[in-house]
Design a protein around this ligand. Sequence first.
Ligand SMILES: Nc1ncnc2c1ncn2[C@@H]1O[C@H](COP(=O)(O)OP(=O)(O)OP(=O)(O)O)[C@@H](O)[C@H]1O
Length: 260
Amino acid sequence: MADPLIELKGVSKRFGDNAVLDQVDLTVYRGEALAIIGPSGTGKSTVLRIMAGLLAPDSGEVYIGGKRRKGLIEDAADPLHISMVFQQAALFDSLNVEENVGFLLYQHSRLPRQRIRQLVEERLEMVGLSGISQRFPAELSGGMRKRVSFARAIMANPDNPNDTPDVLLYDEPTAGLDPIASTVIEDLVRSLQCPKRGCQSYVMVTHQESTIRRTADRVLFLHRGQVQWEGKVHEIDTTDEPLIRQFFSGSVEGPIQVLG
Ligand SMILES: Nc1ncnc2c1ncn2[C@@H]1O[C@H](COP(=O)(O)OP(=O)(O)OP(=O)(O)O)[C@@H](O)[C@H]1O
């Protein structure tokens, strides 16, 4: 795990008076399944958006594949392809599944329609949704919409070897799903962690204990603007760290203050 894909060095971010990230240092390594956890509003999604290049830090440095990123994704030629799966599936309601999953290829590639259709169908098969390409998002369940958004995130132009994502960023993919639908998504996340099917490295932001336990190898606990604890996923049961003990017991007593 010596190959750093994404590095945040001394990254700070505030929104008005709200100092959300305070000199955060963290590294995502090639081949790892990293979960970023922590109480609500602690800045987990903010970290993901900075990694994705959708948000610029106020200070600090972001390195992608060892190269310092300047500005946002639009003006950066990142040496790695980072793809994000949003909390809300973020599908276009007026487009059918095929048009949503193949969106970037339809917009930016010269591939013939028939080829894009075939690629879409392959990706839908990977996420267990064969045969639904002509349906519209409103005709799908929440779990199905999430899986369609996964298919879109792993879509790549076969004519461009750099198009396959090197890192997938998942923002609470199981939020709002029942336990069984969550298991389907968790299994899918793991099954996509294979070079042939998607990409080997991912960052998972989640609150859901089953998702942490079933999709993470390494865990970072973010609180008060910084990484307060990091460990292997099995260490969440053995560590004496009070933040972890409180978080997983759900107790209102402890160092994490309950707001509201
Ligand atoms: N664009 C924005 N403008 C103003 N405040 C923002 C913005 N984005 C995030 N925030 C604030 O920054 C803080 C961190 O938000 P963020 O969504 O990163 O937290 P989170 O840990 O992912 O939360 P949750 O677990 O509840 O999704 C919150 O207080 C949020 O209200």
